[in-house]
Design a protein around this ligand. Structure first.
Ligand code: ZN
Length: 158
């Protein structure tokens, strides 16, 4: 337990939540805080952060995951209705290091996009050789079986 406490003290988002670190706060309630990203993809880049120190959002954190997205949608609406350059919005949550997660306190990125803003996704060679339908169906079936189980599991604990 000592290790967990030390990890929490080093967490930049916990420090922001507990006001030990400076942040430009856009929104705050008892469940989440939304702050300006200090290294924005585009001006108006905001992070929606749960107040509880959760490294990831899994099925057990279903409720806070929904709430983070709900707040994100409101923020996106505000981004579109002010003077910022905002032709579209990306919602991005990096779940795990391989997905680009750098701070292991879950957070949802909400940021404005506009044509030729320089941001984009890189694709692998595989992307240009898409799978056949039977391969898509095989993978869909594997995921579907797990999904039914997980959703039932989530429902049963609520
Ligand atoms: Zn934290």
């Amino acid at each position: 337990m000592k290790i967990m406490k030390e990890e929490k003290e080093e967490c930049v988002f916990c420090n922001i939540i507990e006001k030990r670190e400076e942040a430009s706060i856009v929104y705050e309630d008892d469940q989440v805080i939304a702050v300006m990203d200090i290294q924005p993809v585009n001006p108006g880049h905001i992070l929606v952060i749960p107040k509880q120190h959760l490294p990831f959002i899994g099925p057990e954190q279903n409720q806070i995951g929904e709430y983070m997205f709900k707040v994100g949608i409101q923020i996106a609406s505000a981004l579109k209705s002010n003077d910022l350059k905002c032709e579209g919005v990306n919602y991005i949550m990096a779940d795990g290091e391989a997905a680009g997660q750098e701070v292991f306190h879950a957070h949802l990125h909400v940021f404005p996009r506009f044509k030729n803003d320089g941001f984009g996704f890189r694709f692998s060679e595989e992307y240009y050789n898409p799978p056949q339908r039977n391969e898509l169906n095989r993978i869909a079936s594997e995921i579907k079986n797990k999904l039914v189980y997980e959703i039932n599991k989530v429902r049963s604990v609520q």
